[in-house]
Ligand binder design. Structure first.
Ligand SMILES: CC(C)(COP(=O)(O)OP(=O)(O)OC[C@H]1O[C@@H](n2cnc3c(N)ncnc32)[C@H](O)[C@@H]1OP(=O)(O)O)[C@@H](O)C(=O)NCCC(=O)NCCSC(=O)C(=O)O
Length: 388
């Protein structure tokens, strides 16, 4: 599997498949590397996010815009199952590496193309980032306080949802290939996966002519639903998407009488009485420590979670017991804590074999051992910065 993508969506797709056993070659610009190397904090010059996002990927520095680099990609593509890229539409074609050229060397290749806005349409040529997808999908309009500005997430939400969707699309394309014998071209924009996650807003607009508005931490589908401050300064989140859970919460906080109100019978109607329900739940929680709130909610079978920092998450006994986070040995850093393979499978469990490598760490092995280039050619390409 060839990961010629940059920053987040495409690389996350390849990380997920690499976790599950795909042999991934990470292709990067030989001089600049993947911009992802500069994202987020580093320790003594070692980029920390890179260790996680590029795990299980061998590193090849290769200029795809140089004709000799493009030729090397075609040779790698000839035996690959999948190529993931996220250049603007037309860029691969400009380098002689469009789907026609790739399928000419390997008709069974699955080509996954991540873009901001899709391969076609009036916005196709625009530069795309997850932030723009968060804005255009409806997410930002719905997020934030009523009366406050539209709000963006503090992390790459649209990119990550797209990366997860891309991994699923890749597997579906591979499955289709099993039946047809032919590769696929997957056209995946950053907008569509987060649009699907934002929900049925366009359907509601189509049928009812109304659009949703920001309402802080509340939901228009259920109440009580919010974050609440505990006596010791900790926060918890409560959700009551199921009717039975709503009844248990209001009984627990000492207001069982409200359950008999006709409007209490549906989440949507409860949402219209969020002020009252929040005041009942909020004042009960404010008199207790977070540990007490957690224990009481658990005792009555209601739904609650602590609002965690990264430190809380790392120290949580459930996270530790289930291995949701795991330590992986790294050459630069020693043991590094990172999120584990995202799910557990009985027969073919995923595995983190190694952490993200330095730019070009595997270039010689890939070009000499796998493509049969001689050492002199490799050195010449390196001198001319076609490879790194
Ligand atoms: C990210 C982009 C805005 C970057 O736009 P541009 O800089 O104009 O690049 P292009 O796509 O046109 O691709 C050409 C450039 O790719 C760079 N490039 C990268 N890798 C290589 C390799 N291996 N070889 C050659 N060139 C390479 C190089 O600098 C090229 O510029 P030249 O040397 O000049 O030719 C765009 O690629 C894009 O819209 N991608 C789709 C959406 C996407 O995935 N966005 C990033 C998600 S992360 C995110 O949203 C976030 O973190 O925030």
């Amino acid at each position: 599997m060839l990961d010629a993508s940059t920053i987040l969506a495409g690389p996350l797709c390849c990380q997920i498949l690499g976790d599950q056993g795909a042999e991934v070659i990470k292709i990067e610009h030989p001089v600049n590397g993947d911009g992802m190397r500069g994202h987020g904090p580093s320790k003594d010059g070692v980029p920390l996010w890179w260790k996680e996002i590029s795990r299980n990927k061998r590193a090849l520095g290769l200029s795809l815009s140089a004709p000799e680099g493009a030729d090397i990609l075609l040779r790698l593509a000839a035996t690959a199952d999948v190529l993931v890229e996220n250049f603007r539409p037309g860029t691969l074609e400009r380098w002689g590496l469009g789907p026609d050229a790739l399928h000419a060397v390997n008709p069974r290749l699955v080509i996954v193309r991540v873009t901001g806005f899709g391969q076609q349409g009036p916005y196709a040529a625009r530069a795309g980032f997850g932030t723009l997808a968060e804005a255009m999908s409806g997410f930002a309009h719905l997020t934030g306080e009523a009366g406050g500005p539209p709000t963006l997430p503090a992390f790459g939400l649209a990119d990550s949802i797209c990366g997860i969707a891309a991994s699923s699309a890749t597997m579906m394309a591979l499955w289709a290939r099993e039946r047809t014998g032919r590769g696929e071209v997957v056209d995946l924009s950053l907008i569509e996966p987060i649009m699907a996650a934002v929900g049925p807003g366009p359907t509601v607009y189509d049928q009812l002519g109304v659009v949703g508005e920001r309402q802080g931490n509340r939901s228009s589908n259920n109440a009580p639903r919010n974050t609440y401050l505990c006596k010791d300064g900790g926060w918890v989140a409560v959700s009551t998407s199921a009717q039975r859970i709503a009844e248990r919460v209001l009984t627990l906080v000492g207001h069982p009488e409200v359950i008999d109100e006709p409007w209490f019978a549906s989440g949507r109607e409860r949402a219209q009485h969020a002020d009252l329900l929040d005041s009942y739940v909020g004042s009960w929680i404010a008199e207790r420590t977070r540990a007490e709130v957690m224990a009481e909610f658990e005792r009555v079978g209601a739904a609650v979670a602590p609002v965690y920092t990264a430190r809380d998450l790392a120290e949580d006994p459930h996270v530790q017991a289930t291995g949701m986070l795991t330590h992986v040995e790294d050459d630069d850093l020693g043991p590094v804590l990172m999120h584990n393979v995202m799910w557990r499978m009985t027969g073919a469990p995923g595995r983190i074999r190694f952490t993200g490598r330095r730019l070009g760490a595997d270039t010689d092995a890939i070009l000499q051992d796998e493509l049969g280039l001689d050492a002199g050619t490799v050195e010449d390409l390196r001198t001319r910065r076609v490879i790194a």
